[in-house]
Structures are given as structure tokens and as C-alpha cells.
Write a protein that binds this ligand. Structure first.
Ligand code: DP6
Length: 345
């Protein structure tokens, strides 16, 4: 028997991916940029074992059986990595050996907390380790076919997913812009508003947006290309003010598109909107942009803040949102690290 165990972190988008031009290959209509978090805080951990004695491929997610062979996205990831393994040659065991895969998330699944990103990134990375394929660009195109945002979790630091132009998706890859060390005092706070499973998942939500929103094409062709340029420059220059404004505007635009979808998709709730107002009021009261928010396809807020501003911001959050059954605040460090291998036999 051969096995590998790896851990891959969640990433949080600053310029959002929302909309596909090819549903099967998961090709986006626009580029996106994200920051990868510290795997200790929010990550998926996956073990893959291969044995001659296994009768079929099997998978467990958080201890529950997942129908692996019926899941087109999982199978595409497996076949993608196996194709690369064949091309690499020198296999230690035949590709016909079946696999047992066990994966765990250390945070709520599908509550708009990017669980699929970490999950698929971890699956592809662990399979690559099992078949002894070194980290390379092609792995990001395979993880992308599990879940679009997963391709960005194969790198640490700040990462850009290029939409690409090729019909086969070969140039729709994730590229690391800078490592975590470039901006080590960048931190993130997650405000957990609700960890229930979301009503309309990202896949469905963005599909309806592409079909019905009259704003989404303008976003994809005109707004995002400019925003990507500006955000890249702000990250290079560690310009927090510009970084924060671009991030907040892009989150707001994602949710404007969601509302322009017909019927509308409502991801943020009253508490989410209260967080938005809180951040703008806070920045105004301190006379400087010291915090930024972003919301994915769910009500939970993510705040970006520099390390030296975490304590005063947390104090203000605790006054504005005293802990009750409605919401709690979790503090997650944004030390962006890539996936790591934990052990291999
Ligand atoms: C709002 O990657 O979950 O988090 O490709 O259909 O699996 P699929 O969607 P997914 O969508 C993520 C959307 C987002 C924005 C982002 O991460 O860029």
C-alpha cells in the first residue's frame, strides 16, 4: 500500500470569480485574485491510499461516504492527475490500483467559507504527491476542474487565476503574484455570521447570473481587467488603502450582480450589511482606511487589516457586535502558505 497525507489552506478572493464560459472545464469569464490563508486556521486535510486489494475507489468527507465514481468533478481531478503521472513515467505502482480517500475540513462546509477551494486543492495536491508529481502549473488546471477557486489554493501568498483564452482551458492557470513574506503583516478576521449551508451554492448562483444578469458582462469585460491591474500594483506596493478600496468595491459588485440575477440571489443578511456599515464608519472615525471587508457567496464577513491595527479593530467589533447567538467573531491569521505534505509512506 502507498499513501500520502497533505493539508491545503482556504483562499479568499479579493477580485471575485463569478461566472463561467465553460461549465464542464470550469473556465471563468474573468480573472480573479485571492489571498491564501494559514493552513493551521482553515484548511482541508486529505489522505489518499492506493492498494492492490482495494476493490473500488472510495471517498469519505468529514467521515461520511461520498459517491466518488458518480461525481464528475472528482473523477476529472483523478483522471487529470493520473494522465500527468503517466506522462511523467516511473510509477511505483500500477494506475489500475484503486484509491481510498479521506478528507476533513476544520471549518464549516459550504457556508460561503470556501470549503470546496481547500478540498479540491488538497485532493489534487495529495494525488500528485502519491504519484510523485512535483508541483507545477498543470496541477492548477486540474484543481480548477474540481472547483474553480481551488486552483488558487495550490499557491500561498497572493494569487491570480488567469481566465485564459484557449478553448481547452490549458492557459486558465493560477499564478503566484507574491509570497506570504511580501506582506507579512496582512491579517484577516472572519466574522462568522452563520455557518449553515447556503441556499444557492456558488455554482448555481453564478450560472444563473451569466444567464440572466444584465450587468455581469460589463463587469467581466470592462471592470475586472482594470481592477486586476490596480490590485496587482497595490499588492506590489503594499498600498493598504488602494488594496482595501478595490477589495470592498469588488465584494459589493459581486453582490450587486447576485441581486441583478433573476430570480435574485441574496447571500448577505442584515448582520452582513451591519458589518459593511461598521467598517465604513470605523474607517471614517479613525480618519484612515484601516479595514476592508469582503463577502463570498454567504453572509460571513472577512475583514482585512494590518497586524498593528488588529487589536483596536477587534475592540471596536466587540462593542458593535457583542457576542450573542446571532454572530460570533473568529480571528484567523492571514499568513498565506501553500499546501504542505504531512507524511508519506
Ligand atoms: C464567491 O469555486 O465554489 O467564492 O467553480 O462552481 O465550484 P465552482 O465555484 P466556486 O466559486 C467561488 C465563488 C466565490 C468567489 C471566488 O472565490 O473567487
Amino acid at each position: 500500500m502507498y499513501s500520502a497525507t497533505c493539508e491545503a489552506p482556504v483562499n479568499m478572493a479579493l477580485v471575485k470569480y463569478w461566472g463561467k464560459r465553460n461549465e464542464e472545464l470550469i473556465l471563468p469569464i474573468n480573472d480573479s485574485i485571492s489571498m491564501t490563508l494559514d493552513a493551521n486556521e482553515m484548511s482541508a486535510k486529505t489522505t489518499v491510499a492506493a492498494s492492490e486489494s482495494f476493490k473500488q475507489n472510495r471517498m469519505w468527507l468529514n467521515g461520511e461516504v461520498v459517491p466518488f465514481e458518480d461525481n464528475a468533478r472528482l473523477m476529472r481531478c483523478l483522471e487529470g492527475v493520473q494522465r500527468l503521472a503517466l506522462a511523467n513515467g516511473g510509477l511505483k505502482f500500477p494506475l489500475s490500483w484503486k484509491l481510498h480517500i479521506a478528507s476533513y475540513n476544520n471549518f464549516p462546509t459550504a457556508a460561503g467559507l470556501a470549503s470546496s477551494a481547500a478540498g479540491y486543492a488538497c485532493l489534487v495536491y495529495t494525488l500528485a504527491r502519491l504519484y510523485e508529481i512535483p508541483m507545477n502549473e498543470q496541477l492548477t488546471t486540474i484543481a480548477r476542474q474540481g472547483s474553480g477557486s481551488a486552483c488558487r489554493s495550490l499557491h500561498g501568498g497572493f494569487v491570480q487565476w488567469h481566465r485564459g483564452i484557449a478553448d481547452d482551458g490549458s492557459d486558465s492557470i493560477a499564478e503566484q503574484l507574491v509570497t506570504a513574506e511580501h506582506w507579512p503583516n496582512m491579517h484577516m478576521l472572519i466574522l462568522v455570521v452563520n455557518d449553515a449551508r447556503k441556499k444557492t451554492g456558488s455554482t448555481k448562483g453564478m450560472q444563473s447570473a451569466v444567464e440572466t444578469s444584465t450587468l455581469i458582462q460589463h463587469r467581466a469585460t470592462t471592470i475586472v481587467p482594470q481592477r486586476i491591474k490596480e490590485l496587482r500594483t497595490a499588492i506590489q506596493a503594499r498600498d493598504f488603502k488602494t488594496f482595501a478600496e478595490l477589495t470592498m468595491r469588488d465584494s459589493n459588485q459581486l453582490h450587486a450582480i447576485a441581486l441583478d440575477t433573476y430570480p435574485p440571489c441574496v447571500y448577505m443578511n442584515e448582520v452582513s450589511h451591519a458589518i459593511v456599515n461598521f467598517v465604513h464608519d470605523y474607517n471614517e472615525s479613525v480618519g484612515e482606511v484601516k479595514a476592508a471587508y469582503t463577502f463570498d457567496a454567504g453572509p460571513n464577513g472577512c475583514l482585512y487589516v494590518l497586524a498593528e491595527n488588529v487589536a483596536p479593530l477587534l475592540a471596536a467589533i466587540q462593542v458593535a457586535f457583542p457576542n450573542d447567538a446571532q454572530q460570533s467573531v473568529e480571528y484567523l491569521k492571514g499568513i498565506p502558505v501553500p499546501p504542505v505534505e504531512l507524511k508519506k509512506m
